[in-house]
Design a protein around this ligand. Sequence first.
Ligand code: ASP
Length: 467
Amino acid sequence: MQRTLIKDTLNKIGETVTLFGFAETKRDHGKVTFIDLRDRTGKIQIVGYKMLSEVKTESVLEVVGEVKARPEKQINPELITGTVELDVKEYKILGSAQDLPILVEGDGLEMNEEVRLKYRYLDLRRARLTKNIRLRSNFVRALRDALYEQDFVEIETPILSQTTKEGARDFLVPSRLQPGTFYALPQSPQQYKQLLMASGFERYFQVARCFRDEDLRADRLLELTQLDLEMSYVFEPQEVMQTVEAIVKKAVQAVGGKLQKADFPVINYQEAMEKYGADRFDLRTEQEKKDGVLAFAWVVNFPFFKKVDRSDAAEVLDGKSGWTFTHNPFSAALPEDQADWLAGKNIAGLRAAQYDLVCNGYEVGGGSIRAHTREALMATYKIMGYTEAEVEASVGHLLRAFDLGTPPHGGLALGLDRLLMVLTGEESIKEVVAFPTTGSGKTAVMDGPSAVADEQLAELGLTRKAL
Ligand code: ASP
C-alpha cells in the first residue's frame, strides 16, 4: 500500500488511493457520511456509503477509495481539493479519539489558556497554530540559509553554565556531583559566543534557547529562543547592523512578510525618547497596520549606564556603586566616549556601541560592539563598583581569554519568538511557540514545576524547608 498525500488527489481522478489523516468535520446523513480528512498537505472530503458513521471527530484514519471529480454544483472553493472527493471503499481507524476536551475548529483565542495548554498537542492541530509553527520553521530555515551564505558557522554552547550578570534573574540547577553548588541556565550565550571569537571562528550563530526567571507578560516567556550571532573584526555598530539587516530582510521576504522600507531607518535613543517616549515604537500608519506591514528600525546611541532601580533585585546585585549597565556589561563605549569610559569619567554621558532592532512597537533584537581587552571590560565593572577580585570571580574566564589575544568583535541576538509574534500578527508570544509555559509559569501538557521526592533532594544535598 502506497500512501497518497491529500494535495496529490487532484491529479488522480479515477484512481484508487490510500490516504492517512485526521477526521475533521463529520456530516452524518444516515446512509451517507461525509468527513473532511486532513493531512499535512490539506483536506479532502471523503464519502462513505453505509460506513464511517462510527468515526469520532479527530480520530486518525487510513482510507482506501476512488478519487472522483465532483459535479459542478458541489465544488468547494474553500478546499484545495474542492473539485474532487474520495469514494471510500474501506477504512481503518488507526487512532480513535474520545470526546474532545477542546475544540480544534476556530482560532481558539477565546478559550481558557490553561485548558488549551494542557491539551496543547490537540490545540496545535488548529489551522492557525499549525500555520504559525510552520512559518516559524520556514523563517528559521531562511535565516540559517542567509547566515551560511555569509560564512557563519553554527555552534552550540552549553545549557548548564555558571551564573552570569546579564540583567535578569538566573534559573539555578543544583549539582549532584558537587553538593551545595549550582549551575545556572544561560540568560543568553553571550560569554560563550565571545569566547568563540577568541577561538578564531570569526562568524558564529546559533538558534539558542535562553532562560530568564522574570515575571511573565504577553511578550515574554521563561525560556525564549534567540537567533544569536557574533562577528570578529567589526569596529563600528554599522558593520553588524548592515549584516543583520540583510539577513533579516531575506528571511522576512522568504515567508512573505511586507517591509515598510527598503532600508531600516536608524534613530537616536534620545530622539526616540523625545518623539515616542520609549526606545521601542511603532512607525506604521493605520493603513499599514491593517495591511500587516512590518516597520523595522534601528535605535542607536544608548546611554551605557543608568542609576540602579532599587526595586529590581538583579540590578541591585549588579550595580554596587549605584550605577549599572543599560543592556549588558560586555559592550564597548562608542569610539568618541572611550577615553572617558576607560577613565571612569562622565558616567551619565557615556554611550554604548549598542544597537537595538525594533519592529511594530517591539524590541526584536539587540547587540553591541564588545569590550575585547581586559582593561576595557574592567572599566565597565569598576564603574559598577566591583573590586578586581569580584570581577575576577564573575568574568575572570573572559579576562583570561582577552589576555590571550581576542579579535575585536561585535554581535547581536534577535528575539525569535517576539519577531515571529510580530510577523504572524499574533498578540501573544505563546501563539508562535509549540509548548509555551502558562501565565503562572507551568509547563504545557506536563505538570512542571513539580515537587520532588525527599530522596531526590537528598542526592542533591538539599533539604526541604517547611513552607
Ligand atoms: N546577549 C544579548 C542579549 O541576550 C544580545 C547581544 O548583545 O548579542 O540580549
